[in-house]
Design a protein around this ligand. Structure first.
Ligand code: DAH
Length: 339
Protein backbone atom coordinates (compact mmCIF):
# COMPACT_ATOMS: atom_id res chain seq x y z
CA UNK A 1 0.00 0.00 0.00
CA UNK A 2 1.33 3.44 -0.86
CA UNK A 3 1.88 5.86 2.01
CA UNK A 4 -0.19 9.06 2.17
CA UNK A 5 2.97 11.04 1.39
CA UNK A 6 3.60 9.10 -1.80
CA UNK A 7 -0.04 9.40 -2.74
CA UNK A 8 0.19 13.18 -2.25
CA UNK A 9 3.13 13.41 -4.64
CA UNK A 10 1.31 11.46 -7.31
CA UNK A 11 -1.86 13.50 -6.97
CA UNK A 12 0.03 16.81 -7.06
CA UNK A 13 1.97 15.86 -10.18
CA UNK A 14 -1.24 14.69 -11.82
CA UNK A 15 -3.13 17.89 -10.96
CA UNK A 16 -0.34 20.14 -12.24
CA UNK A 17 -0.18 18.19 -15.46
CA UNK A 18 -3.94 18.43 -16.02
CA UNK A 19 -3.86 22.18 -15.41
CA UNK A 20 -0.99 22.68 -17.84
CA UNK A 21 -2.79 20.74 -20.55
CA UNK A 22 -6.23 22.38 -20.12
CA UNK A 23 -7.20 23.72 -23.51
CA UNK A 24 -9.43 26.63 -22.49
CA UNK A 25 -11.18 28.32 -19.55
CA UNK A 26 -14.01 25.75 -19.19
CA UNK A 27 -11.40 22.97 -19.26
CA UNK A 28 -9.50 24.72 -16.51
CA UNK A 29 -12.63 25.04 -14.42
CA UNK A 30 -13.34 21.33 -14.78
CA UNK A 31 -9.85 20.48 -13.51
CA UNK A 32 -10.27 22.85 -10.59
CA UNK A 33 -13.46 21.09 -9.59
CA UNK A 34 -11.98 17.60 -9.60
CA UNK A 35 -8.87 18.68 -7.73
CA UNK A 36 -10.47 20.85 -5.07
CA UNK A 37 -13.94 19.25 -5.03
CA UNK A 38 -15.24 17.44 -2.00
CA UNK A 39 -15.53 14.01 -3.57
CA UNK A 40 -12.20 13.86 -5.38
CA UNK A 41 -9.01 12.02 -4.55
CA UNK A 42 -7.84 14.93 -2.47
CA UNK A 43 -10.74 14.72 -0.11
CA UNK A 44 -10.00 11.04 0.31
CA UNK A 45 -6.36 11.82 0.99
CA UNK A 46 -7.30 14.19 3.77
CA UNK A 47 -9.54 11.57 5.34
CA UNK A 48 -6.54 9.21 5.39
CA UNK A 49 -4.71 11.54 7.76
CA UNK A 50 -6.23 9.65 10.70
CA UNK A 51 -4.14 6.58 9.78
CA UNK A 52 -0.88 8.46 10.32
CA UNK A 53 1.14 8.37 13.52
CA UNK A 54 0.40 11.49 15.57
CA UNK A 55 3.89 12.97 14.99
CA UNK A 56 3.51 12.58 11.23
CA UNK A 57 0.25 14.43 10.99
CA UNK A 58 1.70 17.95 11.34
CA UNK A 59 4.34 17.66 8.60
CA UNK A 60 1.84 15.89 6.33
CA UNK A 61 -0.72 18.66 6.75
CA UNK A 62 1.94 21.22 5.83
CA UNK A 63 2.88 19.25 2.74
CA UNK A 64 -0.76 19.12 1.65
CA UNK A 65 -1.13 22.88 2.08
CA UNK A 66 2.04 23.57 0.11
CA UNK A 67 0.83 21.33 -2.70
CA UNK A 68 -2.54 23.06 -2.78
CA UNK A 69 -0.90 26.46 -2.92
CA UNK A 70 1.25 25.37 -5.80
CA UNK A 71 -1.82 24.11 -7.64
CA UNK A 72 -3.78 27.30 -6.94
CA UNK A 73 -0.91 29.44 -8.22
CA UNK A 74 -0.74 27.52 -11.47
CA UNK A 75 -4.52 27.66 -11.87
CA UNK A 76 -4.42 31.43 -11.48
CA UNK A 77 -1.54 31.78 -13.92
CA UNK A 78 -3.32 29.78 -16.57
CA UNK A 79 -6.56 31.60 -16.01
CA UNK A 80 -4.91 34.97 -16.50
CA UNK A 81 -3.32 33.70 -19.67
CA UNK A 82 -6.68 32.62 -21.04
CA UNK A 83 -8.31 35.95 -20.13
CA UNK A 84 -5.45 37.82 -21.77
CA UNK A 85 -5.88 35.82 -24.94
CA UNK A 86 -9.59 36.49 -24.99
CA UNK A 87 -9.12 40.26 -24.55
CA UNK A 88 -6.46 40.34 -27.24
CA UNK A 89 -8.90 38.61 -29.54
CA UNK A 90 -11.71 41.03 -28.75
CA UNK A 91 -9.46 44.02 -29.25
CA UNK A 92 -8.53 42.65 -32.64
CA UNK A 93 -12.20 42.55 -33.54
CA UNK A 94 -12.86 45.71 -35.56
CA UNK A 95 -16.45 46.05 -34.35
CA UNK A 96 -15.44 46.58 -30.73
CA UNK A 97 -13.13 49.31 -29.51
CA UNK A 98 -12.41 48.83 -25.78
CA UNK A 99 -10.71 52.23 -25.59
CA UNK A 100 -13.94 54.03 -26.51
CA UNK A 101 -15.31 56.09 -23.56
CA UNK A 102 -18.42 54.55 -21.99
CA UNK A 103 -21.82 56.11 -22.75
CA UNK A 104 -22.56 58.27 -19.71
CA UNK A 105 -25.55 57.15 -17.64
CA UNK A 106 -28.10 59.96 -17.50
CA UNK A 107 -29.31 60.50 -13.93
CA UNK A 108 -32.11 62.91 -13.07
CA UNK A 109 -32.18 65.45 -10.27
CA UNK A 110 -34.68 67.63 -8.51
CA UNK A 111 -35.82 70.91 -10.03
CA UNK A 112 -34.41 73.95 -8.17
CA UNK A 113 -37.94 74.96 -7.15
CA UNK A 114 -38.67 71.49 -5.78
CA UNK A 115 -35.53 71.73 -3.71
CA UNK A 116 -36.55 75.12 -2.27
CA UNK A 117 -40.06 73.82 -1.56
CA UNK A 118 -38.74 70.79 0.30
CA UNK A 119 -36.40 72.93 2.40
CA UNK A 120 -39.23 75.31 3.29
CA UNK A 121 -41.36 72.32 4.30
CA UNK A 122 -38.59 70.83 6.47
CA UNK A 123 -38.03 74.14 8.29
CA UNK A 124 -41.71 74.68 9.08
CA UNK A 125 -42.27 71.04 10.01
CA UNK A 126 -39.49 71.43 12.57
CA UNK A 127 -41.33 74.46 13.98
CA UNK A 128 -44.53 72.47 14.49
CA UNK A 129 -46.41 73.43 11.30
CA UNK A 130 -48.27 70.95 9.09
CA UNK A 131 -47.87 70.93 5.31
CA UNK A 132 -51.26 71.07 3.59
CA UNK A 133 -52.54 71.18 0.05
CA UNK A 134 -55.39 72.84 -1.79
CA UNK A 135 -56.95 72.65 -5.25
CA UNK A 136 -55.35 74.48 -8.19
CA UNK A 137 -58.80 74.97 -9.71
CA UNK A 138 -60.53 77.11 -7.08
CA UNK A 139 -63.94 78.63 -6.61
CA UNK A 140 -64.33 82.39 -6.86
CA UNK A 141 -65.55 82.30 -3.26
CA UNK A 142 -62.37 80.81 -1.86
CA UNK A 143 -59.92 82.58 -4.16
CA UNK A 144 -61.53 86.01 -3.64
CA UNK A 145 -64.78 86.52 -1.70
CA UNK A 146 -63.96 84.81 1.57
CA UNK A 147 -60.53 86.43 1.54
CA UNK A 148 -62.25 89.79 1.77
CA UNK A 149 -61.90 90.56 -1.95
CA UNK A 150 -65.50 91.24 -3.13
CA UNK A 151 -66.32 91.44 -6.88
CA UNK A 152 -65.97 95.19 -7.31
CA UNK A 153 -62.82 95.32 -5.21
CA UNK A 154 -59.85 96.87 -7.01
CA UNK A 155 -57.57 94.14 -5.64
CA UNK A 156 -59.15 91.75 -8.14
CA UNK A 157 -57.53 93.72 -10.92
CA UNK A 158 -54.14 93.34 -9.30
CA UNK A 159 -54.27 89.62 -9.93
CA UNK A 160 -55.14 88.99 -13.57
CA UNK A 161 -57.16 85.86 -13.42
CA UNK A 162 -57.68 82.83 -15.64
CA UNK A 163 -61.45 82.33 -15.52
CA UNK A 164 -62.89 78.97 -16.48
CA UNK A 165 -66.14 78.58 -18.40
CA UNK A 166 -67.85 77.14 -15.32
CA UNK A 167 -67.09 80.30 -13.33
CA UNK A 168 -64.22 78.80 -11.37
CA UNK A 169 -60.65 80.11 -11.52
CA UNK A 170 -57.12 78.84 -11.64
CA UNK A 171 -56.07 80.01 -8.19
CA UNK A 172 -54.15 83.27 -8.38
CA UNK A 173 -52.46 82.68 -5.02
CA UNK A 174 -52.14 80.03 -2.31
CA UNK A 175 -54.13 82.16 0.17
CA UNK A 176 -57.41 80.21 -0.26
CA UNK A 177 -55.68 77.25 1.41
CA UNK A 178 -55.65 79.30 4.65
CA UNK A 179 -59.43 79.13 4.70
CA UNK A 180 -59.55 75.47 3.75
CA UNK A 181 -57.12 74.64 6.57
CA UNK A 182 -59.16 76.53 9.19
CA UNK A 183 -62.37 74.89 8.00
CA UNK A 184 -60.75 71.43 7.87
CA UNK A 185 -59.79 71.85 11.54
CA UNK A 186 -63.39 72.54 12.44
CA UNK A 187 -62.71 76.15 13.41
CA UNK A 188 -60.49 75.05 16.30
CA UNK A 189 -57.23 76.73 17.33
CA UNK A 190 -54.32 76.35 17.17
CA UNK A 191 -53.83 76.22 13.41
CA UNK A 192 -50.26 76.06 12.17
CA UNK A 193 -49.95 75.22 8.48
CA UNK A 194 -47.99 76.00 5.38
CA UNK A 195 -49.32 75.34 1.89
CA UNK A 196 -46.85 75.34 -0.99
CA UNK A 197 -48.13 75.06 -4.54
CA UNK A 198 -48.58 76.29 -8.08
CA UNK A 199 -50.47 79.48 -8.82
CA UNK A 200 -51.57 81.03 -12.10
CA UNK A 201 -51.98 84.52 -13.51
CA UNK A 202 -53.14 85.70 -16.87
CA UNK A 203 -50.15 87.90 -17.49
CA UNK A 204 -47.85 88.68 -20.36
CA UNK A 205 -44.73 86.65 -19.47
CA UNK A 206 -41.49 88.58 -19.14
CA UNK A 207 -38.32 88.25 -17.07
CA UNK A 208 -40.21 88.59 -13.79
CA UNK A 209 -43.70 87.38 -14.73
CA UNK A 210 -45.02 83.96 -15.68
CA UNK A 211 -48.50 82.53 -16.14
CA UNK A 212 -47.49 79.70 -13.76
CA UNK A 213 -45.35 80.14 -10.68
CA UNK A 214 -45.02 78.91 -7.11
CA UNK A 215 -45.91 80.25 -3.70
CA UNK A 216 -45.91 79.05 -0.15
CA UNK A 217 -48.68 80.23 2.12
CA UNK A 218 -48.36 80.18 5.89
CA UNK A 219 -50.91 80.54 8.65
CA UNK A 220 -50.63 80.47 12.41
CA UNK A 221 -53.70 81.10 14.57
CA UNK A 222 -53.97 80.74 18.32
CA UNK A 223 -54.85 82.76 21.40
CA UNK A 224 -52.66 85.84 21.67
CA UNK A 225 -50.64 85.53 18.45
CA UNK A 226 -49.04 88.91 17.72
CA UNK A 227 -47.03 90.80 15.10
CA UNK A 228 -43.96 90.07 17.24
CA UNK A 229 -44.61 86.30 16.89
CA UNK A 230 -44.91 86.75 13.14
CA UNK A 231 -41.64 88.66 12.93
CA UNK A 232 -39.88 86.09 15.07
CA UNK A 233 -41.12 83.04 13.17
CA UNK A 234 -40.48 84.56 9.73
CA UNK A 235 -37.02 85.84 10.71
CA UNK A 236 -36.08 82.40 12.00
CA UNK A 237 -37.48 80.77 8.85
CA UNK A 238 -35.56 83.05 6.48
CA UNK A 239 -32.26 82.73 8.29
CA UNK A 240 -32.56 78.95 8.13
CA UNK A 241 -33.62 78.99 4.48
CA UNK A 242 -30.64 81.13 3.46
CA UNK A 243 -28.24 79.62 5.98
CA UNK A 244 -27.29 83.08 7.31
CA UNK A 245 -28.06 85.36 10.17
CA UNK A 246 -30.67 87.84 8.85
CA UNK A 247 -32.51 90.92 10.04
CA UNK A 248 -36.10 91.50 8.99
CA UNK A 249 -38.15 94.67 8.81
CA UNK A 250 -41.84 95.23 8.18
CA UNK A 251 -43.19 97.90 5.86
CA UNK A 252 -46.92 98.64 5.96
CA UNK A 253 -48.67 97.30 2.85
CA UNK A 254 -52.23 96.65 1.85
CA UNK A 255 -53.57 93.11 1.37
CA UNK A 256 -57.35 92.68 1.74
CA UNK A 257 -57.08 89.51 3.88
CA UNK A 258 -54.86 90.96 6.62
CA UNK A 259 -55.01 93.94 8.94
CA UNK A 260 -52.47 95.29 9.48
CA UNK A 261 -50.66 94.06 6.37
CA UNK A 262 -46.95 94.29 5.63
CA UNK A 263 -44.23 93.58 3.20
CA UNK A 264 -41.30 91.95 4.89
CA UNK A 265 -37.74 92.79 3.87
CA UNK A 266 -34.70 90.88 4.93
CA UNK A 267 -30.98 91.55 4.93
CA UNK A 268 -28.13 89.23 5.86
CA UNK A 269 -26.04 90.53 8.78
CA UNK A 270 -22.62 89.73 10.10
CA UNK A 271 -23.16 90.82 13.68
CA UNK A 272 -19.54 90.27 14.68
CA UNK A 273 -18.22 92.75 12.14
CA UNK A 274 -21.36 94.89 12.10
CA UNK A 275 -21.74 94.38 8.33
CA UNK A 276 -25.11 94.43 6.64
CA UNK A 277 -26.23 93.67 3.09
CA UNK A 278 -28.93 95.48 1.12
CA UNK A 279 -32.59 95.03 2.10
CA UNK A 280 -34.39 92.50 -0.07
CA UNK A 281 -38.16 92.38 -0.38
CA UNK A 282 -39.14 88.80 0.52
CA UNK A 283 -42.83 88.29 1.17
CA UNK A 284 -46.27 89.65 2.03
CA UNK A 285 -47.72 89.07 5.48
CA UNK A 286 -49.98 90.42 8.19
CA UNK A 287 -52.45 89.72 10.95
CA UNK A 288 -55.33 87.67 9.59
CA UNK A 289 -58.34 89.93 8.99
CA UNK A 290 -61.26 89.27 11.40
CA UNK A 291 -63.53 88.67 8.40
CA UNK A 292 -61.21 85.90 7.19
CA UNK A 293 -60.99 84.29 10.64
CA UNK A 294 -64.78 84.28 10.80
CA UNK A 295 -65.01 82.73 7.33
CA UNK A 296 -62.69 79.99 8.61
CA UNK A 297 -65.01 79.35 11.55
CA UNK A 298 -62.84 81.04 14.19
CA UNK A 299 -63.82 83.75 16.65
CA UNK A 300 -61.67 86.90 16.21
CA UNK A 301 -62.60 87.94 19.76
CA UNK A 302 -60.86 84.89 21.10
CA UNK A 303 -58.00 84.11 18.70
CA UNK A 304 -55.66 85.97 16.40
CA UNK A 305 -53.15 84.90 13.83
CA UNK A 306 -50.68 85.83 11.17
CA UNK A 307 -50.44 84.76 7.56
CA UNK A 308 -47.84 85.16 4.87
CA UNK A 309 -47.30 84.37 1.22
CA UNK A 310 -43.91 84.01 -0.43
CA UNK A 311 -42.81 83.27 -3.99
CA UNK A 312 -40.65 80.17 -4.29
CA UNK A 313 -39.36 80.90 -7.79
CA UNK A 314 -37.70 84.10 -6.59
CA UNK A 315 -35.82 82.20 -3.87
CA UNK A 316 -34.50 79.66 -6.38
CA UNK A 317 -33.52 82.51 -8.72
CA UNK A 318 -31.66 84.36 -5.96
CA UNK A 319 -29.88 81.21 -4.98
CA UNK A 320 -28.63 80.33 -8.43
CA UNK A 321 -28.31 83.80 -9.95
CA UNK A 322 -31.06 83.08 -12.50
CA UNK A 323 -32.16 86.33 -14.17
CA UNK A 324 -35.26 85.23 -16.08
CA UNK A 325 -38.28 83.61 -14.44
CA UNK A 326 -39.37 82.09 -17.74
CA UNK A 327 -36.58 79.48 -17.54
CA UNK A 328 -38.22 77.88 -14.51
CA UNK A 329 -41.18 76.31 -16.29
CA UNK A 330 -39.48 76.05 -19.68
CA UNK A 331 -38.51 72.40 -19.36
CA UNK A 332 -35.42 73.35 -21.34
CA UNK A 333 -32.67 70.80 -20.67
CA UNK A 334 -29.93 73.35 -21.35
CA UNK A 335 -31.27 75.18 -18.30
CA UNK A 336 -32.19 72.19 -16.13
CA UNK A 337 -28.93 70.32 -16.52
CA UNK A 338 -27.01 73.15 -14.86
CA UNK A 339 -28.22 72.23 -11.38
N1 DAH B 1 -51.61 86.26 -1.62
C1 DAH B 1 -50.65 87.35 -1.75
C2 DAH B 1 -50.15 87.41 -3.19
O1 DAH B 1 -50.35 86.50 -3.92
C3 DAH B 1 -49.47 87.12 -0.83
C4 DAH B 1 -49.83 87.27 0.60
C5 DAH B 1 -49.75 88.51 1.22
C6 DAH B 1 -50.29 86.21 1.35
C7 DAH B 1 -50.06 88.68 2.53
C8 DAH B 1 -50.62 86.36 2.67
C9 DAH B 1 -50.50 87.62 3.26
O2 DAH B 1 -51.05 85.35 3.43
O3 DAH B 1 -50.82 87.77 4.58
O4 DAH B 1 -49.57 88.39 -3.56
Amino acid sequence: MTSPTERLEVLTADALEKIRSAADEPGLEAVEKTVLGRKGDWAQLMRGIGALAPEERGPFGKAVNAAKEQIARLLEERREAFVGERLAQEMGDASFDPSEPAVPVATGHLHPITRVRREVEAIFLSMGFDVVDGPEVETERFNFDLLNIPPAHPARDLQDTFWLENGQVLRTHTSPVQLRAMIARGGKAPVRVIAPGRVFRNEQPDRTHEHTFHQVEGLMVDEGVSVADMKGVLGMFLSRLFGKDVEVRLRPHYFPFVEPGFELDMRPVDRKHGERDEWLEMLGCGMVHPTVLRAGGLDPERVSGFAFGMGLDRVAMMRHGIDDLRWMMSGDLRFLQQF
